[in-house]
Ligand binder design. Structure first.
Ligand SMILES: NC(=O)c1ccc[n+]([C@@H]2O[C@H](COP(=O)([O-])OP(=O)(O)OC[C@H]3O[C@@H](n4cnc5c(N)ncnc54)[C@H](O)[C@@H]3O)[C@@H](O)[C@H]2O)c1
Length: 464
């Protein structure tokens, strides 16, 4: 079975880049990415390809090549579903903010709405691909909705979780470690559907990296992968606190530990805490699923990864207060970086939001500079916490266009995102702009201590 038309529901951080790469690599397949967010679709179609809504290195070039050739962005969801042989569901699956499972379970309302829409519109057989990260056994619910509310057409449900990392999405999509495809491999129809998706990826991914499993293993593998990655960050962050008490240096510990081939060096960098839309929500989801099966020890084990991360963010902010003579009231603190990591404009669950919130509670004045995040987003992130009124956030937080501007009259600077440009700033100039003593807090282990201390900074770095 050859796929000719793909529809992807959800033009976000996953749907956009993933489909752009599929379209670039499979010129004979028409790929239509749809979204209910009109503004987002308008931005994907912006004449100037640099204005697409998601910043990822290399993405604008891929979009430029494929857009209007075989890659289309549209708000006409029904039309794209109707035409497609294969439909990817790539909508958001945030943590529930209400009702049963509030603050833990994944909110699957967007997924269900997609399933109902597919069932309503479809007149021909479809392969439905779960691209969103979903709780294990969601495919069962999807199948149920599709079969019971549809027009009698046949559906095959595949799980194809996405492992890309923001900031390196295009590279990850072009050269994935593996592509995971879960399907009903024990039936002929299920096998056919899996093969059809394998053929799409085989345009550029070596066959040995295309891993096929049953649906439940595929769904659970994605949650497991994110839990393991986040666990490594929390593990090294736990050690960072111990390093600070003992005179060990977390970077040295991390290097020594990571050179053990059984452990490996990736994801052992200590920081102010992990952020991003996925780690926290997926672990909470895993905790919730475990609890719902009565596996309380399993749930508690994974929950600790989140508790450690919350502690790390709080501890960093508290260190700033404590170092600034136990008060930051009325003091100006510059935050360098707002995105949850470098090379992305995504700020979801960014540590910066929580550090800022903590410092604002201590009555600090905050100035933020980030090379890619828009001012409105920074205020929206703070408002979302509901800690204080929108007006208060606007009054207490200023967003500026350069790091130098942020340093003017500041008591302290905190580096919260590891943007490369922060390494190359003229730190002498920054020092001159600041009040003295000039405090510099490195939440990412990005800066060299000796040169900063030589300039005159009072320097604190996580884990040393
Ligand atoms: N961001 C990542 O790095 C990443 C990596 C791997 C997996 N994931 C998973 O992928 C999924 C999507 O994540 P994302 O970061 O792209 O989210 P996102 O919020 O950036 O994008 C989701 C999009 O879906 C749209 N949408 C929601 N309901 C819709 C509907 N009924 N019809 C049409 N459009 C609809 C929203 O308007 C939004 O633009 C999540 O399940 C996430 O866990 C994300």
């Amino acid at each position: 079975m050859k796929i000719k038309n793909i529809c992807c529901i959800g033009a976000g951080y996953v749907g956009g880049p993933t489909m752009a790469v599929i379209a670039q690599k499979c010129p004979e397949i028409n790929v239509t990415v749809v979204d209910i967010n009109e503004e987002r679709i308008k931005a994907w179609n912006d004449e100037d390809v640099e204005n697409i809504p998601i910043y990822e290195p290399g993405l604008s070039n891929v979009v430029k090549e494929a857009r209007d050739r075989n890659l289309f962005f549209s708000t006409d969801v029904d039309a794209a579903i109707d035409k497609a042989d294969m439909i990817f569901i790539s909508v958001n699956t945030p943590t529930k903010t209400y009702g049963i499972g509030k603050g833990m379970a994944a909110d699957l309302k967007y997924i269900e709405l997609c399933a109902r829409q597919i069932a309503r519109v479809s007149k021909t057989d479809k392969i439905v691909v779960e691209k969103s990260t979903l709780p294990v056994r969601t495919a069962e619910a999807l199948k149920n909705i599709l079969d019971n509310t549809g027009n009698g057409v046949n559906y095959q449900i595949l799980s194809n979780p996405e492992f890309l990392a923001e900031g390196t999405a295009v590279d990850d999509l072009m050269n994935p470690d593996r592509v995971l495809i879960g399907g009903d491999i024990d039936t002929t129809e299920g096998k056919k559907a899996v093969d059809a998706l394998v053929d799409v990826y085989a345009h550029w991914v070596p066959r040995e990296k295309l891993l096929t499993t049953n649906v439940w293993s595929s769904e659970l593998s994605k949650l497991t992968a994110n839990a393991f990655l986040a666990q490594r960050v929390s593990s090294i962050n736990a050690m960072s606190e111990l390093c600070e008490k003992t005179g060990a240096d977390v970077n040295e510990v991390s290097k020594a530990v990571g050179m053990d081939s059984r452990i490996g060096s990736k994801f052992l960098k200590s920081s102010v805490g992990f952020g991003g839309s996925c780690f926290q929500k997926d672990i909470l989801n895993l905790v919730y699923i475990s609890k719902s099966f009565g596996l309380h020890e399993v749930a508690d084990y994974w929950e600790q990864v989140i508790l450690m991360n919350d502690h790390q963010k709080r501890r960093f902010a508290a260190k700033i207060v404590q170092t600034l003579f136990n008060t930051v009231s009325g003091k100006k603190i510059a935050l360098l970086g707002w995105a949850f990591k470098k090379d992305t404009n995504d700020t979801r669950e960014s540590a910066a939001i929580y550090v800022a919130d903590y410092l604002l509670n201590e009555q600090a004045e905050i100035v933020v500079y980030d090379p890619k995040v828009k001012t409105e987003q920074i205020y929206a992130d703070l408002d979302y916490l509901n800690t204080r009124s929108s007006e208060e956030n606007k009054a207490k937080v200023k967003v500026v266009n350069t790091a130098y501007e942020s340093a003017k009259g500041a008591h302290a600077i905190a580096v919260l995102t590891e943007w490369d440009e922060f390494k190359d700033l003229d730190w002498e100039k920054i020092y001159k702009e600041m009040l003295k003593p000039a405090f510099l807090f490195d939440g990412r282990r990005l800066l060299e201590r000796s040169t900063k201390e030589k300039i005159g900074f009072e320097f604190y770095a996580i884990g040393s």
